[in-house]
Design a protein around this ligand. Structure first.
Ligand code: HEM
Length: 515
């Protein structure tokens, strides 16, 4: 026993020693938690930005519980290698795969490897073309208007001003939109039992992810993956959303072909495409349902996160809010995709939307693991611990890599005043990298990632966000009640600084807009 323990410790030491030699490492690592606790505690990338300022765009951090060092990468050429040029060598970390399977089933976010992922993406991509998204406009407006009207009536019945936890309303509106556009389902402004169950399930997961216990649970799963197979209530709860959505979508499939002939929703589009395929190339109903669950999960929480923080920013910056309202009140029409997609008709709405997506990427950090040895080229050489310049970083198989999306999106060297909410930068164009910094990434930012596994629904998300902001700003004035911080969880969450025990929360004061 002693000999094998000593052998294991020696192997772990050598494995870690032989990785990432000469790469700078910040001080202040805990013997037990490495730097991972500091990373977890971070408020929207400030810790990463401090490390970047001190050690340059690429450095390593110590892993918790003796895990090997983790490489943090923000160099654009290295990111291009990981996400674009050699993307299939960098799958999601093994910890997340079972969680993704429990959440969504074996859909496109779960699938790994070029041979499995590429054909699946080719199958789903035609559901997200410009024409498809264009046709979803009326359904999106219907869902958003219903939620806004319900909120208006509540506020009127309370005498015209009300303090509201906006989290409830943003989650409701994005769930209602995705219900309609993913599988023609009406979640009844968050009132149906299924909607309540989905939203409560998410809130619980988000709250757990923000606290010490959630951090510990992830470390335990990484160290002892078999824990994920135990019948623990918190692990079983991860399947609740999938188990709620699948029967609802299945009903639509069972209604038969005639009903889906003209459907504009993603399920009808996929069903029609599937029926057009030769028998041997068709996918099963079960796989189709996994895709729909994936769309609902990928599209619901993410969009509500960006909307939460954008509304908070607007509440914090009344002058921006007033200017935006002036612009969106210039018409009371339900603007179409073509009117909203380009920046020409509503330049300020476009600028506010981009600024929200830039500052608050729901997935603040992307984690990848190298499958095979590789070499990461660097756009800018870094100074190694021995003082010499490093032009490329050799990567060993199994290396865990963090891409701190939120820090990349806020780089002051790229964006100027990167931490400030300043929509004007998109109008002046002076403070935007115009796609030169990360070629191919939407608006030069990493919010939707870039490359082989970038977001398939980004057009839908941007269109939806503009409709949501337009509808809420036309209807209400937003005021800050208490200062909010942003916390890392599966997606970033707002929390009242003075009341962390409340969990995810966004109290705002709302007044109806008088036309
Ligand atoms: C604010 C809104 C959204 C953001 C910020 C966002 C962001 C992302 C990111 C970062 C990924 C990559 C995940 C990873 O591989 O680690 C992703 C993938 C994906 N997203 Fe989105 N997303 C949003 C909305 C949507 C919507 C509305 C849909 C569709 C209904 C959607 C569908 C997908 C799909 C299908 C993938 C998997 C792509 C693949 O692996 O090939 N997303 N999204």
């Amino acid at each position: 026993l002693v000999a094998s323990t000593a052998g294991y410790v020696a192997y772990k030491w050598w494995d870690n020693y032989s990785r990432l030699q000469n790469i700078p490492v910040p001080d202040g690592a805990s013997k037990i938690w490495g730097h991972e606790w500091l990373e977890f505690e971070d408020d929207c990338g400030s810790q990463w930005r401090q490390w970047i300022t001190r050690f340059g765009p690429n450095f390593k951090i110590k892993g918790a519980w003796g895990h090997h060092d983790i490489l943090c990468v923000t160099d654009p050429k290295a990111i291009d290698r990981i996400l674009c040029k050699n993307a299939y060598n960098y799958p999601h970390s093994a910890v997340f795969r079972p969680i993704i399977e429990r959440l969504t089933g074996r859909g496109i976010v779960w699938v790994e490897g070029e041979h499995a992922h590429k054909p699946m993406r080719a199958l789903l991509a035609p559901a997200f073309t410009l024409d498809r998204i264009r046709a979803m406009g009326p359904d999106m407006w219907l869902a958003v208007n219903n939620v806004v009207s319900r909120l208006q009536s509540q506020i009127e019945s309370h005498g015209g001003v009300r303090d509201v936890n906006m989290l409830d309303w943003t989650a409701t509106s994005t769930l209602d939109v995705i219900g309609r556009v993913a599988f023609a389902h009406d979640f009844q402004q968050g009132q149906s039992p299924e909607a309540r169950s989905i939203m409560e399930g998410w809130r619980k997961q988000a709250n757990l992810g923000m606290v010490w216990e959630g951090f510990l649970a992830l470390l335990a799963l990484r160290q002892f993956p078999w824990i994920g197979q135990l019948p623990l209530p918190s692990i079983k709860a991860q399947s609740n959303i999938k188990n709620t959505i699948k029967p609802l979508a299945n009903k639509l499939i069972q209604r038969g072909v005639s009903d889906i002939d003209n459907g504009r929703d993603l399920l009808s589009i996929l069903l029609r495409a599937n029926l057009g395929e030769k028998q041997e190339k068709r996918i099963s109903d079960d796989e189709l349902l996994d895709h729909i669950v994936t769309f609902v999960i990928a599209g619901h929480e993410t969009t509500s996160v960006v909307l939460n923080f954008t509304l908070y920013m607007l509440a914090q910056h009344p002058e921006v809010q007033r200017k935006l309202r002036e612009e969106v009140m210039s018409t009371d029409r339900e603007s179409t995709f073509d009117e909203l997609w380009s920046s020409e008709n509503f330049p300020y709405l476009d600028a506010v939307t981009r600024e929200g997506f830039r500052l608050f990427p729901p997935s603040a950090r992307n984690e990848k693991v190298a499958e095979k040895d590789d070499i990461l080229p660097l756009a800018t050489p870094i100074v190694g611990t021995d003082g010499r310049l490093i032009h490329e970083i050799p990567i060993k198989a199994g290396q865990v890599i963090h891409i701190p999306v939120v820090a990349v999106n806020r780089f002051s060297s790229v964006w100027g005043d990167g931490d400030s909410f300043r929509p004007e930068r998109w109008i002046e164009k002076s403070g935007t990298p115009d796609g030169k910094f990360l070629p191919g990434a939407w608006s030069g930012m990493l919010t939707f990632l870039v490359g082989a596994r970038s977001c398939l629904g980004y057009r839908l998300a941007v269109f939806e966000m503009k409709i949501l902001i337009m509808a809420f700003i036309r209807a209400f004035e937003f005021e800050v009640i208490e200062p909010i911080e942003s916390r890392m969880s599966a997606t970033i969450q707002p929390r009242v600084i003075s009341r962390p025990e409340d969990g995810a929360c966004l109290p705002l004061r709302l007044r109806p807009v008088v036309a």
